[in-house]
Design a protein around this ligand. Structure first.
Ligand code: KG4
Ligand code: ZN
Length: 343
């Protein structure tokens, strides 16, 4: 079975072709991605209307590219999958519209996928795929959640952020330090030259006894430090503050992940979402988990941030699990807000 997947929930346009045979883990045949980062950078963040318009421009050429790379005609696709939510409504509608139009033209079924389920299942595309059950740390620009995952479609939220997401904390702190968008990778780069102990920043909810997160106070603390330093923050101070911010976010994510593993008595951790690309987070998790005999799985670096492969993969795994209702109803809708447990 061939699944063509389309992602357009935010600022990356992604298309991919995945092949599923029987109950074997589906395999990625080809994927193509266009990032809108350069376009949004001038505005310091994603401009929803520009995002939608760019998805319109990019989707068809990307689909052609994927099919050409895989050496398969569009008519070979057995299912067209798209991101139904959560995300920017206009951007989601572009992907949903294209997916339904392609499916209708072929008379093939269509399936709307939950974006976070895509992230969650993306490590199954790696050379070292996980096995169920596991604890998942989902850390993206819009979400920070710890989940217990017992199988495809069997997700239980153990904890989540009560305000900003981890990616948002990276992005907002980066902006305060005068860095561009998206701030996560840029802050991480600057942090390499800094001393994380030069500034004392809070670790919100670290000892709350729950698995919830809070990052809004961290951003405020960074703002306070920037103000305290006055108008002329020198390069070393910026690097030190970047390192201290990264250290605070990573420490909270690592300690809460370990607490979730303890609470569930599970011995496997899956990390997914854009912040999962962070090198310090990976190093710290690897080290902490090695000491506890816990296996950690990550998506391939290129598939950490948004992409079409994870959407095609989630659709294929849902079908294999007998959970999906792929239909021939091409009257699509999207869900800008959509809890994962209701997917
Ligand atoms: O999963 P994703 O591509 O989009 C959402 O679904 O939100 O995640 C994007 C987020 C952004 O906040 C970005 O700053 C962050 O992931 N990010 C990173 C790194 N790479 C991306 N944060 C820290 N370190 C990185 N290396
Ligand atoms: Zn995402």
């Amino acid at each position: 079975m061939l699944v063509l997947g389309v992602e357009s929930s935010c600022d990356e346009t992604g298309v991919a072709l995945v092949e599923a045979t029987g109950r074997e883990t589906p395999r990625l045949l080809a994927h193509a991605l266009h990032s809108q980062i350069d376009m949004h950078e001038a505005y310091g963040g994603v401009v929803p209307e520009l995002a939608s318009r760019d998805h319109i421009r990019r989707l068809v050429p990307l689909a052609r590219e994927v099919l050409a790379r895989a050496g398969r005609p569009l008519a070979d696709a057995d299912l067209i999958a798209y991101t139904r939510g959560p995300g920017l409504a206009g951007a989601l509608l572009v992907g949903a519209g294209l997916a339904c139009a392609l499916a209708a033209s072929l008379g093939k079924p269509v399936l709307g996928v939950h974006h976070l389920e895509g992230h969650l299942l993306s490590p199954f595309l790696s050379a070292d795929p996980p096995e169920f059950p596991f604890v998942a740390l989902l850390v993206s620009g819009g979400h920070t959640q710890l989940m217990r995952v017992d199988g495809v479609g069997r997700y239980e939220t153990l904890g989540e952020t009560i305000d900003d997401a981890a990616g948002e904390a990276f992005d907002k702190s980066a902006k305060l330090l005068g860095l561009g968008y998206p701030g996560g990778p840029q802050l991480a780069r600057l942090a390499e030259f800094g001393d994380p102990t030069a500034f004392v920043l809070p670790r919100p909810l670290l000892h709350s006894g729950t698995l919830d997160f809070s990052f809004a106070g961290l951003k405020t603390a960074v703002l306070t430090q920037v103000k305290r330093l006055g108008g002329n923050v020198c390069e070393q101070d910026r690097a030190n503050l970047a390192a201290a911010t990264q250290e605070a976010i990573v420490e909270v994510l690592v300690k809460k992940s370990l607490a979730a593993l303890r609470a569930t008595a599970l011995e496997r951790l899956v990390v997914a979402g854009g912040v999962g690309a962070n090198r310090l987070l990976r190093e710290r998790l690897d080290e902490a988990c090695r000491r506890r005999g816990v296996r950690v799985h990550y998506p391939e670096l290129a598939l950490c941030t948004d992409n079409g492969a994870m959407i095609a993969m989630a659709a294929a795994m849902r079908l294999q699990a007998g959970l999906a209702r792929a239909g021939h109803d091409y009257a699509f809708d999207v869900k800008p807000r959509w809890p994962l447990e209701q997917a």
